[in-house]
Design a binder for this molecule. Structure first.
Ligand SMILES: Nc1nc2c(ncn2[C@@H]2O[C@H](COP(=O)(O)OP(=O)(O)OP(=O)(O)O)[C@@H](O)[C@H]2O)c(=O)[nH]1
Length: 608
């Protein structure tokens, strides 16, 4: 694959691109060494596409954003210099050293709790329709830099490790717009670790904009979570007054194609708290919640906007309730929207950070959806490696792969890794703790050996192995999930994990892997995943974190008829994005699908 004749051209292009990147890096390094700021001309900045700026080690990008015209040269030059210095030093080394000693960990936790309030989503400064665009712009940039400065100050505290987060104001502006427009905010999270992807401050911010706005936690990828684990999370969410529901964009998409995932069969026997909602049920619920919120406000649905552009006059707008979708990259926002719309409107890939602009989709006369680009919120604790493993930082930009692989090795039982990959991992030495997880080096070595992956230098090709393993982990081929705080894994949770469709594919060594070449092709990789899934279910009877052999090895896995439901996915196709709504440059799609069953008779239940 990969378009024969284009190879040479592509190579030349990459060469030039690399040279430019190298040159920019050199300039940035030189500027940093001189303690200078890298000033980028206004024209150059305007020409830049809307790009996520997350990787803090990319000093060029950080400085580029920090060098915002007069804001850095104006009345607060001292503070700006401090910000630049802090950004250039503290944030670069995020791998942290603090988690080694127990005392250090406790101290860090204490400090994190103390500074939890400082970890905020940037607020849009107050504005009025009378303000000029320039005024608005400057105010927003100023407030944003102040936010960056506060975070940079946090970094001066040695006990705190701030994870990479979104630093492009334009991406946050997208979030501001979605927040302002939405009646109901849907925070999409990955069910395998919902708290990692939840941002409580965003919920608070929504209520600051309007006290009636509510946030619903859409616990997506629930097809990867056994029923009894969903039960535990349901209890946790209810205890903590979190409005939530379980959902699987994948299952909903399959249902649109007339197929049923095994997770949905299991869901049929679940109660309201733990069931995985279907597409129509979700639409009913979303509209019901949003209408309830609007009724609480006491305003007619064609209400005054919460602060979008003045040209977007209330009278011209239809009577929709608006549901905004937000969340980290790769949690499945686009897949969810596509499933709700009933056809492909937003691109889906396993590469985080693909959605760059928010999109508006009119589902019916009453319901409008807003899809926000994926955002990496600032947080403490989780390491950069963890963020790669959780799919929020792109694998392809990963340079130190062992750290992220260690996250996988620590979380997935040794024997599951062995079964999934049909490899044998070295046992712990006599003087080591018998239950210790494999090291990243051991896992990578065993994987490379079994596949014969050798790099140019004749060494095991760890990079290729690491990318593949991480991809399998993120896609759910390697089963894993977190339990609510305080819950302890028990065997039944683990055994149930073996019933999950799409989990734990036994990936035979002779199968080609997704990273067979640098130009990995997503369609091939998805087709490969399909082939593997069917072998996995019976192999995972003994999913057991403590390494104990599973009982019930005779229990046959349910062979589902939907194993091959997943078609190879295409790359994100954004050709449908045409025109804009005239208000803020965002695309508007009129879908006018037949609304879900009886939307008007929807429930308005609010947990808690
Ligand atoms: N198993 C499973 N995988 C899912 C589900 N929903 C999405 N995915 C996968 O998760 C990956 C990310 O999905 P997207 O819909 O592109 O995620 P996104 O949140 O829009 O990502 P950004 O564009 O980066 O913001 C893709 O590989 C999807 O196939 C689900 O319900 N179950």
């Amino acid at each position: 694959m990969g378009g024969g004749g284009g190879g040479g051209k592509k190579d030349r292009g990459e060469g030039l691109g690399r040279a430019l990147v190298r040159q920019r890096n050199k300039e940035a390094a030189a500027a940093k060494a001189r303690g200078q700021q890298l000033v980028i001309s206004r024209r150059a900045q305007q020409a830049l596409p809307l790009e996520s700026v997350i990787e803090v080690s990319d000093i060029d990008a950080v400085l580029q954003r920090a060098a915002e015209e007069e804001l850095l040269h104006g009345d607060d030059a001292e503070g700006a210099a401090a910000l630049t210095a802090a950004l250039g030093s503290g944030l670069v080394d995020l791998d942290g050293t603090g988690a080694t000693a127990e005392e250090r960990r406790l101290l860090r936790e204490e400090q994190e709790a103390l500074h939890a309030d400082s970890l905020r989503v940037p607020r849009r400064p107050p504005w009025t329709a009378q303000m000029t665009t320039d005024e608005l712009n400057t105010n927003e940039k100023r407030a944003f830099l102040e936010w960056r400065r506060n975070l940079a100050r946090l970094q001066e505290n040695e006990e705190l490790v701030l994870t990479p987060f979104e630093k492009n104001i334009d991406i946050w502006r997208q979030l501001w717009r979605v927040l302002e427009r939405s009646d109901l905010l849907v925070m999409v999270v990955d069910s395998r670790n919902p708290l990692f992807y939840r941002c409580p401050d965003l919920e608070e911010y929504a209520q600051e904009i309007d006290e009636h706005k509510r946030t619903l936690l859409l616990v997506n990828k629930a097809d990867l979570l056994p029923l009894n684990v969903r039960r535990k999370w349901a209890d946790y969410f209810k205890q903590h007054d979190i409005l939530y529901l379980f959902w699987s964009a994948k299952a909903a998409t399959a249902a649109l194609e007339g197929k049923k995932l095994s997770a949905m069969e299991e869901s049929d026997s679940a109660d309201l708290d733990t069931k995985i909602y279907g597409r129509d049920e979700l639409l009913v619920r979303l509209q019901g919640e949003a209408e309830y919120i609007v009724s609480q406000k006491g305003t007619p649905v064609a209400r005054e906007d919460h602060g979008s552009n003045s040209s977007d006059s209330a009278s011209a707008r239809p009577k929709h309730v608006v549901v905004g979708f937000v969340g980290y990259p790769n949690v499945g926002k686009s897949s969810t929207i596509n499933a709700l719309v009933g056809e492909k409107k937003t691109g889906v890939t396993s590469t985080p950070g693909k959605t760059k602009h928010f999109q508006t989709l009119i589902i019916s006369e009453e319901l409008m959806l807003c899809d926000c680009p994926g955002l990496v919120f600032p947080s403490f604790s989780s390491s950069r490696h963890e963020m790669v493993a959780c799919g929020v930082l792109p694998i392809d930009r990963m340079t130190k792969h062992r750290g992220a692989i260690q996250v996988v090795a620590d979380r997935v039982p040794r024997h599951i890794l062995e079964q999934v990959y049909k490899i044998t991992l070295p046992k712990p030495k006599a003087y080591e703790e018998a239950s210790r997880p494999p090291t990243a080096a051991e896992l990578l070595m065993a994987y490379c050996q079994s596949r014969g992956h050798v790099s140019h230098a004749g060494l095991p090709d760890e990079t290729r192995a690491a990318r593949q393993i991480l991809k399998d982990y993120i896609d759910g081929k390697i089963p894993h999930f977190e339990l609510p705080p305080g819950e302890i894994d028990d065997e039944s949770d683990l055994e149930d994990a073996s019933d999950l469709e799409g989990s734990a594919a036994a990936v035979a060594p002779d199968e080609s892997d997704d990273y067979a070449s640098d130009e990995h092709d997503e369609e091939i990789e998805q087709a490969e995943a399909e082939r593997n899934i069917s072998h996995a279910l019976s192999d995972l009877q003994s999913f057991d974190l403590n390494g104990q052999a599973a009982k019930n090895s005779t229990k046959k896995k349910k062979e589902t008829s939907q194993k091959h439901h997943r078609k190879p996915q295409r790359k994100k196709d954004r050709s449908w994005r045409v025109g804009n709504d005239g208000a803020d440059g965002s695309g508007v799609i009129r879908v006018f699908q037949k609304p879900a069953v009886n939307l008007s008779a929807s429930s308005t239940s609010v947990v808690g």
